[in-house]
Ligand binder design. Structure first.
Ligand SMILES: [Ca+2]
Length: 221
């Protein structure tokens, strides 16, 4: 074969240059593609508790939860203190016996109050937490006004659709101003003497949306 002519050399050189351009273009395309995806995502850091894991059923509860989390996050965690989350609030049965006032103070020290069992659902939930045959205080009393039963969140029992008195309760006995879940009456409610020592249930957070009427009249509960 004859020595390649200068023209052939130029053609080959052009072909090489084209090949290089093609390669550069492909690489550049890949880089653009990569660039469009941005930097690799840093995985989300898991949120610390008390992020509830149960499903949220209505908007009011969701709002309550958000407010509550904002107010407590960062300095105290009910979950690690033995509280169980339900619908954005936290509940705990304390298995030491205290009188009503001491029980209330224990709940307040945790940032809550004695439990408000103002719907059948939350009442049943609390009963399930009380294991064994133990009477347990709830946040219901008429210490400030005879005949007017007040929940620990400031609502009147009379304004709520739900109540769960044991048969013949509340009894009219003088001084029975505090309400227990009465184990020998299937944990239905009984008014009894506040100085008695009983288990008790605390609640942190807004609790259930009970539809209790905060402006209910001063009728007897
Ligand atoms: Ca009674």
């Amino acid at each position: 074969m004859a020595c390649p002519s200068p023209l052939d050399k130029i053609e080959r050189l052009k072909a090489k240059i084209d090949a290089v351009f093609l390669k550069v273009n492909r690489t550049s395309g890949k880089l653009k593609e990569q660039g469009g995806k941005g930097f690799p995502q840093i995985p989300d850091v898991p949120q610390p508790s008390p992020t509830p894991t149960t499903s949220i059923e209505d908007v009011n509860v969701t709002q309550g939860k958000t407010e509550f989390q904002t107010s407590t996050q960062g300095y105290w965690n009910p979950s690690t203190a033995g509280y169980t989350e339900r619908g954005g609030s936290f509940y705990k049965v304390f298995r030491t016996r205290k009188n009503y006032t001491s029980a209330q103070q224990t709940c307040e020290a945790d940032g809550g109050h004695l439990a408000v069992a103002n719907t059948e659902a939350i009442n049943n939930f609390i009963v399930q937490q009380i294991s064994g045959r133990n009477d347990s205080w709830i946040g219901l009393n008429n210490k400030n006004s005879e005949g007017t039963w007040m929940w620990a969140d400031g609502t009147r029992l009379a304004g709520c659709a739900f109540s769960n008195w044991a048969p013949k309760q509340p009894s009219m006995n003088q001084g029975q101003k505090c309400v227990q879940m009465w184990s020998s009456r299937r944990y239905k409610w009984d008014n009894t003497l506040c100085h008695r020592l009983k288990y008790f249930t605390c609640q942190i957070g807004p609790g259930e949306d009970s539809n209790c009427d905060k402006n209910a009249g001063r009728r007897s509960g």
